[in-house]
Write a protein that binds this ligand. Structure first.
Ligand SMILES: [Zn+2]
Length: 512
């Protein structure tokens, strides 16, 4: 495209050749997209006053680039006020097909639209490179000079810790809010503790594991992730179980509120305080009888002391005593050395998979920027790949974190099941309660008994604990459990953090 000066000199030479008198020259660099341009209007006024009767222009779209301006020009041409529009390539006369001219103006309009589409594509290109250009989420800040999003020096670790805690399912939404406030983390602008809806936003924001959404499209960000994809997924699960914030304040002495449900009707068990005539206070629990469909047949109460016993009995079912823990950990150590080769093979195969995926993503990006696929197809193809990519990358990071290997979940599980021991020994009811809430999906109260539906592999542990306690003592069986069969403990493809389902001490094994 020629510069304005070059265009002018070309046009002036046409004027000289054809004997055209140039009354006035108009140039403007302002985009002609929006109507109401001063120079354009000045030109039309002068033509209408009879100062000139024709327009000489480089191209039609230089005169007007929108339908309003184009319409005015066409009108003047039709009425003969403008007798001729001459461009570098073509001459337009009042007798010409107006529709043709309109189409040419329309094309100019389309050109401008395409241009702004290209600008939007430019923004998309920036996003594609992983640059999140909005307000930094909690725990990050907008770096003004580099225009990047960086970890907040003070809040990043605090928010990270809380997110990880929330992922374990032991924190409610209000609990999260309270802890944030206690840690001194406040809203960037308001300088106040976050409201619950804002907290929901934080917990659902995939930005924290390294990606971000823009108009429903997922992008791999270049910012430092705060948590792993796994933790993010756990948070989403925890959000479902935690649900809406509890309305009732947990009473200090009614420790087992919101803990169990009625085995008869499925409604929650509530707690009440009662003061006897003698002045003796006691706490008891019962079904709320909230079901409208059925009359709950459970009419009995359970004393808090009895319920506590039940909680302890259940906690004891799924804990690993210290001696077991030591033996387990020692065995794991020997297995750990054997796994390093397999681990490297896994890393190599993940890396190959990742390289392949990157090629695929590049191909989709290319197809989109070249216009081979539309936005809907693009999103459909790309979003799952971006998520998968983040997943693969994190799997590799986890595997490469040398010490961390696939036996780590098993170790973690053993330690976790062991920590409950302290709670049982010290009568830490809240500790036992949250432990049972974590390892069991359902806690039913029937008459004076609490039954917990333990999750895997705690269900196996509970079963084993019962077997071991009930079986007659037979020390000779020891070796069976610790024989090479023990390699079954390892989950064949366990790199995902899932616990080995085969984990099951030999029923006859016991400790000396
Ligand atoms: Zn009931």
């Amino acid at each position: 495209m020629l510069s304005i000066d070059a265009q002018l000199s070309e046009l002036n030479s046409i004027a000289r050749e054809r004997g055209i008198t140039v009354v006035r020259t108009f140039t403007e660099s302002k985009s002609a997209k929006e109507p109401g341009r001063e120079i354009f209007n000045d030109m039309l006024r002068r033509i209408e006053r009879g100062e000139a009767n024709a327009i000489l222009s480089w191209k039609l779209d230089r005169i007007a680039r929108n339908f309003d301006d184009g319409g005015k020009i066409i009108g003047l041409l039709q009425r003969g006020v403008i007798q001729e529009i001459r461009t570098f390539e073509k001459t337009y006369l009042p007798t010409d097909n107006v529709l043709m001219i309109a189409v040419e103006f329309g094309m100019a309009n389309q050109y401008v639209r395409d241009l702004s589409l290209n600008i939007r594509r430019g923004i998309r290109e920036k996003i594609r490179r992983g640059i999140y250009s909005w307000k930094a989420p909690l725990g990050y800040f907008n770096e003004p000079r580099l225009r990047t999003i960086e970890p907040h020096p003070e809040y990043f670790d605090k928010v990270k810790k809380l997110l990880e805690r929330f992922a374990t399912g032991t924190l409610s939404l209000t609990g999260f809010q309270r802890e944030l406030k206690a840690a001194g983390v406040v809203g960037e602008r308001s300088k106040k503790p976050l409201v619950l809806s804002a907290i929901g936003h934080v917990l659902r924001n995939p930005f924290y594991y390294g990606v971000f959404l823009h108009k429903g499209e997922m992008h791999q960000g270049v910012h430092v992730p705060m948590i792993s994809k796994k933790t993010f997924d756990d948070i989403q699960k925890a959000l479902v179980t935690v649900g809406k914030p509890r309305r009732r304040r947990e009473e200090k002495n009614l420790v087992f509120l919101n803990f169990a449900t009625c085995a008869e009707c499925g409604y929650s068990i509530t707690g009440e305080r009662h003061i006897k005539k003698s002045g003796l206070r006691f706490h008891y629990y019962r079904c709320t009888h909230k079901s409208r469909e059925q009359r709950c047949p459970a009419t009995t109460f359970i004393r808090q002391e009895k319920l506590a016993e039940e909680v302890k009995r259940n906690a004891e079912l799924v804990l690993i005593p210290d001696e077991w823990k030591e033996k387990f950990l020692a065995k794991i150590e020997t297995w750990e050395t054997e796994t390093s080769i397999e681990k490297q093979q896994k890393i190599d195969s993940l890396k190959a998979e990742l390289a392949l995926l990157k090629t695929k993503i590049d191909r989709v990006n290319k197809a989109f920027t070249e216009g081979a696929i539309d936005i809907a197809e693009f999103k459909e193809l790309k979003n799952p790949m971006v998520a998968l990519k983040a997943d693969l990358e994190q799997q590799i990071v986890v595997l490469e974190g040398s010490k961390i290997n696939r036996l780590e979940p098993l170790k973690k599980w053993i330690l976790e099941a062991n920590t409950a021991q302290n709670d049982v020994f010290s009568d830490n009811w809240l500790g036992m309660k949250s432990f049972l809430e974590k390892v069991g999906s359902n806690r039913l109260l029937r008459a004076q008994t609490v039954t917990v539906s333990f999750k895997k592999p705690f269900d196996l542990l509970a079963e084993t604990n019962v077997t071991v306690r009930n079986a007659p003592i037979d020390f000779s069986a020891n070796s069976v459990w610790w024989s090479r069969q023990g390699s079954n403990l390892r989950h064949p493809q366990c790199h995902c953090g899932a616990l080995p389902t085969e984990l099951r001490p030999h029923p006859e094994w016991r400790l000396i």
